[in-house]
Design a protein around this ligand. Structure first.
Ligand code: SF4
Ligand code: SF4
Length: 426
């Protein structure tokens, strides 16, 4: 047995002791439902992390693989009678394993790309130019389906198109609003910046309509969540510092994002991973977190009348709760806005708050299981008879689109702001 003393797990040592091994968390754990094995459940991962900390387990590929079987969805935390923060324990355990064994080649590459905005732009350009090679002769009706199998991407996966121009480079840094109205810094996020630019355009249109000054910092970076999935917390910390500098200098009233995952990073992850190592930085990150707000929540707070901005074609829609929204309490606000929009008929699906199966790089490492979790979501969407499923996270949009297309279903997948801005953008 390898005897180790690993610091990151010290952060959650007391939390781990709170687990009484009752197993209540298994019922709602999507990883357990996909793998049907104890190490995939929250209870199993807490026990594994305890062994890693005590040094009573060999840190081999199996340990690493077991700890990768978590979507960090937080469902187990909601159901746990002792509120054991299993997601935080898994984050700490992944960092501990990374310190011990180093990053995987895949996560080294991910870290290099997300830390370097120029590299990300180059990657987006390459994907846009080379994409047609991979999708050539694939019928349009099948969506953008990968033509050549790539083990790390999943051979039949549907991939969204890269935008011709990134959202941030399409706009000035400051879009002036009316005097006396809020100053909002828009944290755009990579998916909106490079792929789903229409989410950015709709968000901007809505806050301009409300008279707000919208600042879109040119030097904002990736939120770092893809790095966290692989235990690369040093990359997350360096991105947290860069984003802090990029956002706080504008002295905003609010830091707003239309991406549930980015919101989760700014709001919860950054102060958590800085921990006690730098109290001054932690305080500034906490101040940033306190100002961070989801677009739908802020639109409601600022009194958006969706009847004016979002009316139009009649659509029956259902709403999927992103995990980072559920854990942050962003549940009612998007629904209230959608219900106030003429033409929109909102119907609830079964298990609207169940994870879609994306889970950061879980979707890359465990694609078949991710798809299996997604199949349940697609079936629930289909059962509502909705024309479109609406959500508040570009990552969920990609995942839901993949699941629906794989099932041969042409239900549209939209972001809340796209429906709320229909009149403004028409
Ligand atoms: S994490 Fe919570 S719900 Fe799961 S076994 Fe431990 S105490 Fe029970
Ligand atoms: S965070 Fe989600 S996937 Fe991970 S153990 Fe908890 S319920 Fe399971």
């Amino acid at each position: 047995m390898t005897k180790t003393k690993i610091d990151p797990l010290k952060r959650v040592e007391n939390d781990m002791k709170k687990c009484v091994k009752c197993g209540a968390c298994r019922a709602n754990c999507p990883a357990f439902s996909a793998f049907q094995r104890e190490p995939a459940a929250a209870r199993g991962k807490v026990a594994l992390a305890q062994h890693v900390m005590k040094g009573t387990i060999t840190l081999d590929d199996g340990t690493y693989a077991a700890m990768s079987k978590c979507l960090l969805c937080g469902s187990c935390v909601d159901k746990c009678p002792n509120q054991v923060p299993t997601d935080e324990i898994v984050i700490a355990a992944r960092e501990a394993l990374t310190q011990r064994r180093g990053l995987t080649t895949f996560h080294q590459a991910v870290g290099q790309v997300i830390k370097n905005r120029k590299l990300m732009h180059l990657g987006a350009l390459a994907a846009r130019v080379l994409g047609p090679l991979f999708f050539r002769k694939v019928p349009a009706t099948s969506g953008l389906r990968l033509r050549f199998p790539m083990p790390f991407l999943g051979g039949s996966r549907h991939i969204p198109k890269i935008a011709a121009k990134s959202f941030i480079s399409s706009h000035p840094e400051v879009v002036e609003g009316e005097p006396g109205k809020p100053r909002i810094v828009f944290f755009v996020g990579c998916m909106t910046n490079f792929v789903y630019t229409e989410i950015g355009e709709s968000t901007l249109a809505l806050f301009k309509h409300l008279g707000c000054t919208v600042i879109i910092p040119k030097d904002q970076q990736c939120c770092g969540l893809p790095g966290m999935s692989g235990g690369d917390l040093e990359t997350v910390r360096s991105l947290a510092e860069k984003n802090l500098l990029a956002l706080e200098q504008h002295r905003p009233d609010y830091v707003m994002t239309a991406c549930a995952t980015c919101g989760g990073a700014l709001h919860r992850l950054y102060p958590l991973v800085i921990g006690k190592r730098n109290p001054e930085l932690k305080e500034r990150l906490q101040a940033l977190a306190d100002k961070t707000v989801d677009a739908a929540v802020l639109l409601q707070k600022l009194g958006l009348d969706p009847e004016l901005t979002g009316g139009g074609e009649s659509l029956r829609v259902t709403y999927h709760d992103p995990c980072h929204h559920r854990t942050a309490g962003v549940v009612k606000q998007p629904r209230t806005l959608l219900q106030g929009t003429s033409g929109i008929d909102l119907v609830e699906m079964e298990g609207a708050d169940r994870c879609c199966g994306l889970g950061g790089t879980f979707n890359v490492y465990h694609y078949e299981s991710s798809l299996k979790i997604n199949e349940g979501k697609s079936a629930a969407i289909r059962a509502t008879g909705a024309d479109a499923v609406v959500t508040g996270c570009p990552g969920c949009i990609m995942q839901l689109s993949d699941g629906l297309k794989q099932a041969g279903d042409d239900t549209r997948v939209l972001h809340t702001v796209e429906l709320l801005a229909r009149n403004l953008r028409r």
